[in-house]
Write a protein that binds this ligand. Structure first.
Ligand code: GLN
Length: 454
C-alpha cells in the first residue's frame, strides 16, 4: 500500500487518480494486517486497489467525473466496494473516467483527460474510456487492480489500449447497487488487472447475488481461479466473419490471425461462424444507451445531489433545473440526454427506441444460435486500432468516437461476458488486445481461454 501511495504521488501527470484516500488506505491496510495475524486470509487481504469514480464510496467523493455531482459524498457504500473491502482489499483512491461513463477516451471528464502511460515519442495518448483512469493506473503499477464498469466496452477498450486485462461479466453477475447508473440494462462492473489470474480472483470477490439490485442473478459464484487450468483442448472457438470490417488495419487483422493460431495450437477447434445482425449493433446501442441515460440522469435536478446553479431573482423551479443541468453536465452528456429524450418521445418511440429493442433481440439470438451449435467462445479484436492521441478524436465528429465501440457493444446488448487480453503490439510498439466472448454465466471457461492467450 505504501509503495502504491508513493507511486501515485509520483504519477500525477497521468491524472489517473482524481481523489486520493491515503488515510482510508492506511487504516484498511492495518486492518488487513490484523486479519492476517489472526490467521484470517481472505482473497484480497491487503491488496491495494483503485476504484472508478462511478462507484459510491461512503464518505469519499463520488462524482462520476461530473460537475453536477460536485461535493457529493455518499452516505453508503456500493455493494461491489463493500464486498471488495470484506475480502480484505485496500482503497487507494478514486479513478478518473469519462463523465457518467459516456465516452471512449476519458476526455469528457470534469477532471480533465487521463493519460496513457504508454507513449510513442512525445505524443500523449488516450488510455481509452470510459474506465481510462482505471486502465492507466493498473498499467502504470499505481495499484494492483482496479474496478471498471462496462456499458458498451468501457472495461475492454481501455484494457486493450493499455496492455492489461479486463472482463465484463454476464449481466446480473455483479451488483449494480451503488454504482451510478448510465444505461441500466447494459451496465456491469468488472475487474481490470495485469493478468487473467488477478481478474479471476478479483471477479469472484465482486460477484454474487444482491437483493438490493433487482437484476442481480441468484446464481452461485464459482471459483474462477480454479477454472484456470490452461487446458483448452477440444474447446470450440468461433471466428465471426461479420467482425472482419471493411478497412480493418492490417495489424489488427494479423493480431486476430495470430490469436486464432495460438488457440488452434493449444488444441482448440476453430470454426468460422456468422452473427448476421452485427452491423446493426452500434446504431442500436447508440439509441438504447442514450434513452436509458436520459431517464437515469433525470434525477440530477439541483435538489437532491451535488451542484445547484446560482439563481436570479424571479427564477422558478424550471429555471433551477435548466441552469443547474446546463452548468453541471458536459457536452457529451447533454448530447446523450437530448438524443435519449428524442428517441423516447411519443412521435419517435416506435421508429427509434422500439426498433432498437427489436434489433437487440436479434443480436442476442445470433449469439444464442451460435452457442447452441456448440461454440464455447468467440474470438474478435477488442478495438479497431491501438490507442489514439488525446484530442485527435474528441475534436472530430462524435460518430468517429462512437465507432471505437464497434467490437464491444454487441456483448452488452446480449448480456454476455466478454474479456479483453493483451496479445500483441502495433508497428510502434503500442499494446493491442483481443476480445473473447463467452456463454452466459461461464466466466470461468472464458477466463481459461483468455489465460491460454496470455
Ligand atoms: N464508449 C461507449 C459509450 O460512450 C461505452 C461506454 C461504457 O461502456 N461505459 O457509451
Amino acid at each position: 500500500t505504501q509503495a502504491c501511495l508513493t507511486a501515485i504521488d509520483a504519477a500525477d501527470a497521468l491524472n489517473a487518480f482524481v481523489h486520493k484516500t491515503p488515510e482510508v488506505a492506511k487504516s484498511q491496510a492495518e486492518a488487513a494486517d490484523a486479519r492476517l495475524k489472526a490467521g484470517d486470509t481472505p482473497d484480497l487481504c491487503g491488496i491495494p486497489l483503485g476504484i472508478k469514480d462511478l462507484f459510491c464510496t461512503k464518505g469519499v467523493p463520488s462524482q462520476a467525473a461530473s460537475g453536477i455531482l460536485a461535493g457529493f459524498k455518499p452516505e453508503y457504500e456500493s455493494t461491489v466496494t463493500s464486498q471488495l473491502f470484506d475480502a480484505g482489499a485496500v482503497m487507494l483512491g478514486k479513478l478518473n473516467m469519462d463523465e457518467f461513463a459516456m465516452g471512449s477516451s476519458n476526455e469528457t471528464s470534469v477532471y480533465g483527460d487521463a493519460v496513457n502511460p504508454w507513449k510513442v515519442d512525445d505524443r500523449k495518448l488516450t488510455p481509452g474510456g470510459s474506465s481510462g483512469g482505471s486502465a492507466a493506473a493498473v498499467a502504470a503499477d499505481l495499484c494492483l487492480g482496479a474496478t471498471g464498469t462496462d456499458t458498451g466496452g468501457s472495461i475492454r477498450q481501455p484494457a486493450a489500449f493499455t496492455g492489461i486485462t479486463g472482463i465484463k461479466p454476464t449481466y446480473g453477475r455483479v451488483s449494480r447497487w451503488g454504482v451510478v447508473a448510465f444505461a441500466s440494462s447494459l451496465d456491469q462492473a468488472g475487474p481490470m488487472t495485469k493478468t487473467v489470474r488477478d481478474s479471476a480472483i478479483m471477479l469472484r470477490a465482486m460477484s454474487g447475488f444482491d437483493p438490493k439490485d433487482s437484476t442481480s442473478a441468484n446464481i452461485p459464484v464459482p471459483d474462477f481461479e480454479a477454472a484456470l487450468t490452461g487446458d483448452i483442448r477440444g474447446k470450440v472457438i468461433g471466428i465471426p466473419k461479420e467482425y472482419r470490417m471493411d478497412g480493418m488495419p492490417a495489424e489488427i487483422a494479423k493480431l486476430w490471425e495470430d490469436g486464432t493460431a495460438m488457440l488452434r495450437d493449444a488444441g482448440a477447434d476453430i470454426r468460422d461462424i456468422s452473427l448476421p445482425h452485427t452491423k446493426y449493433a452500434l446504431p442500436a446501442y447508440y439509441v438504447i444507451a442514450p434513452a436509458e441515460a436520459s431517464s437515469n440522469l433525470a434525477r440530477y435536478d439541483g435538489v437532491r445531489f451535488g451542484h445547484r446553479a446560482k439563481l436570479d431573482k424571479g427564477d422558478g423551479i424550471t429555471e433551477m433545473y435548466e441552469k443547474t443541468r446546463a452548468e453541471g453536465f458536459g457536452a457529451e452528456v447533454q448530447r446523450r440526454v437530448m438524443v435519449g429524450t428524442y428517441v423516447l418521445s411519443a412521435g419517435f418511440y416506435d421508429a427509434y427506441y422500439n426498433r432498437a429493442r427489436k434489433v437487440r433481440a436479434l443480436i442476442k439470438r445470433d449469439f444464442d444460435e451460435v452457442f447452441a451449435a456448440g461454440v464455447d467462445a468467440i474470438l474478435t479484436p477488442a478495438t479497431p486500432s491501438a490507442a489514439f492521441g488525446l484530442g485527435e478524436m474528441a475534436d472530430a465528429d462524435p460518430i468517429k468516437m462512437y465507432l471505437n465501440d464497434v467490437f464491444t457493444v454487441t456483448v452488452n446488448l446480449a448480456g454476455l461476458p466478454g474479456i479483453a487480453v493483451p496479445t500483441g503490439t502495433d508497428a510502434s510498439g503500442l499494446p493491442l488486445g483481443l476480445q473473447l466472448i463467452g456463454r452466459p454465466w461461464e466466466e470461468g471457461d472464458l477466463l481459461n481461454v483468455a489465460y491460454s492467450l496470455e
